[in-house]
Design a protein around this ligand. Structure first.
Ligand SMILES: [Zn+2]
Ligand SMILES: [Zn+2]
Length: 242
């Protein structure tokens, strides 16, 4: 199956280790993220599987500028003419196609190993032109409203996207959902990454999608609060101790 329904109006496009998401709006299709290089065919298959044509893809919004999220972007834009969106801090990387900023592994042996296998700062992808920089706090007038939250740490230009009509959060790589909510493979800045995980507990949403791992279809914000509440208490303790 090229695409799997998450909630009404959203399909996950599974591309091996990385996910992209298709949102069906009155204004056409929106794609969140663009997978590793060479995955454009999977996206077009998914679009056709929904009974649409690639030309109906109007918007391509990136959660951040890593090779597994922008890799097939240039090929997708060439075929669809979709308008592209990315946070300004990652725009130079997308428009040059790399190299990427170094990504120190997240705590733990497993992530140290996986980060080395999956992330190569010197990797190059086809450069993609970004049409519109994303601004923290803005609500894009796309598919009924997509709210932008800046969540740096894993990647300086990372954003989380909340699709308001469906109450679904696209968390990018703030965390992944492989055997439960867990850290991404690496953090450019661990402290910022932790702050971003906590930041998402303040948002209200029912479903959540991740760059890696299974989407959550309901009670997702409760799962986030349960997982990152400890962090929250740590912060309160740090503050009251100060
Ligand atoms: Zn990433
Ligand atoms: Zn990723």
């Amino acid at each position: 199956m090229a695409a799997k329904l998450v909630i009404k109006g959203v399909h996950v496009v599974a591309m091996g280790f990385a996910n992209a998401f298709l949102i069906e709006g009155d204004d056409g299709l929106t794609l969140i993220d663009a997978g590793y290089p060479g995955k454009e065919v999977v996206v077009f298959e998914a679009i056709r599987w929904l009974g649409r044509s690639p030309k109906q893809l109007k918007h391509l919004i990136f959660t951040h500028g890593h090779p597994d999220h922008i890799g097939s972007a240039a090929a997708i834009v060439r075929e669809t003419g979709a308008r592209t969106y990315l946070h300004p801090l990652d725009i130079p990387i997308a428009q040059s196609g790399g190299p990427f900023r170094p990504l120190p592994p997240a705590p733990g042996l497993l992530r140290r190993v996986l980060c080395r296998i999956f992330f190569h700062p010197n990797e190059r992808v086809a450069p993609v032109t970004i049409d519109q920089p994303l601004t923290a706090g803005e609500i894009l007038p796309i598919a009924g409203g997509i709210e932008v939250t800046h969540v740096p740490g894993h990647c300086a230009g990372q954003v989380a996207l909340r699709w308001r009509p469906g109450r679904m959060l696209f968390a990018g790589d703030v965390c992944m959902n492989v055997m439960g909510l867990a850290d991404p493979l690496g953090f450019e800045n661990l402290e910022e990454g932790r702050a971003s995980q906590r930041k998402l507990t303040a948002l209200s949403f029912d479903a959540a999608g991740f760059g890696h791992g299974e989407p959550i279809t309901r009670d997702a914000s409760t799962r986030f609060r349960n997982k990152y509440r400890t962090n929250l208490e740590d912060v309160h303790q740090e503050r009251s101790a100060a």
